[in-house]
Design a protein around this ligand. Sequence first.
Ligand SMILES: NC(=O)c1ccc[n+]([C@@H]2O[C@H](COP(=O)([O-])OP(=O)(O)OC[C@H]3O[C@@H](n4cnc5c(N)ncnc54)[C@H](O)[C@@H]3O)[C@@H](O)[C@H]2O)c1
Length: 429
Amino acid sequence: MSTPQRLKLAGIGCGGRVRTYFELAARMPHWYEIVAAADPQPSRLELARRASGNPGLLCFRSDRELLSQPKLADVMIIGTQDDYHVEPCLAAMEKGYDVLLEKPIACNLRDVLMLERRARALGRKVVICHVLRYTPLYGTIKELIVSGVVGDVVAVHASEGVGAWHQAHSFVRGHWAVTEKATPMIVAKSCHDMDILAWLIDQPCKCVASFGELRYFTAANAPTGAPLRCTDGCPVGDACMYNALRYLDTQKGWLQWVFDGWATASDAEITAWLAQSPWGRCVYHCDNTAVDRQVVALEFERGITATFTMTAFDEGRNIIVMGTKGVLRGGRATRLGEGCDIIVEEHATGQRTRHMARAFAGGYDSHEDGDPGLMYALYDEMTKVDAAQMRSSISRSVESHVIAFAAEEARLTGTVINVQEFRARHQVE
Ligand SMILES: NC(=O)c1ccc[n+]([C@@H]2O[C@H](COP(=O)([O-])OP(=O)(O)OC[C@H]3O[C@@H](n4cnc5c(N)ncnc54)[C@H](O)[C@@H]3O)[C@@H](O)[C@H]2O)c1
């Protein structure tokens, strides 16, 4: 048997995401060789070099510097922040790279659709990091639906509990708090969920309605006397679950994504960092605009309906797939209540079948093993002859981005959005 040709990988934006993919790829040397990286921050390049396991990693100070070199790799991983995906993705495709692009594809739908068209025109493979498609849980649920155990799918209900501290860290104090600088919550966080609904239901989405708002993490809920920063001696600091000083102990792990050198920093150094970084701010006194709750109601072809709830005030994802022959329940509540990942119950007999989803190792915990799942699948995805067969190609992923942007429009305008019309309005030929 011949050894497969290894894929050369390079990365732009060496934050947590690219480093996670590098670390995972470095564990699969039979498939991948990590050759280059770009980031303006030298500390990030050093972390990327370590994650890659390649002491000779070629390092560049920006995407432009890397992309001005002759083509160095087969696949460019793009993990810059949400508002800087379009330029490097376009330039990488023009240079001849296939791309692994972090979600969201872009901050507005016009750019999303434009990138998809360019990818098709140039014949590039672009995989979007919709990592849930590569998790054992959702992979198994998809297999079960396709096998027909629930019959015809009639309705789906899904929920995503972001978790109170995660919400505070990322969507109140952090990178995705101000939606005008990134993307709305339903795109930034829940595009994964829109993507899973679209994938499992496997029919075009017709209409979307949505409600939700930012209500809790606002000045109106600030305790009396709470200063702008937790490091400024808050009178209720000891009792406040969002006290930023918890980054010194119970919530320390979150620092790895935002504070290089966190692991060896002393308490005094972390406190000094909190005193000037966004993560030291009182959660009731930030400039956040991201919602802390949102519901979406969707109608798909064949009359299939779906509902989705995103909330800061629950943990983990759950899904119920209601079919003509049976109902499937999966996710965190099933795991906690039933001790398995998925239960299918037949309507006719009441018979219940329990399913466990195989586990990978590594990646962000909350990604349900999607990061390693994606890196296991990436080699196969990128070497497929027909891009249409890819599980998370940009052409598939735009569908759920359209739904997510339409849901945000529905929420803001209080109207029901016709998804096809909405897409046509944003499509520029
Ligand atoms: N797939 C998922 O589930 C998932 C999870 C979290 C984040 N994300 C997405 O991944 C992306 C990256 O997130 P992150 O947390 O790793 O971000 P991050 O802010 O930690 O990292 C981004 C990096 O890009 C670098 N950068 C900025 N300008 C650059 C340039 N011109 N050239 C090269 N590098 C440049 C920054 O210095 C930084 O190190 C975001 O779009 C985010 O929404 C996806």
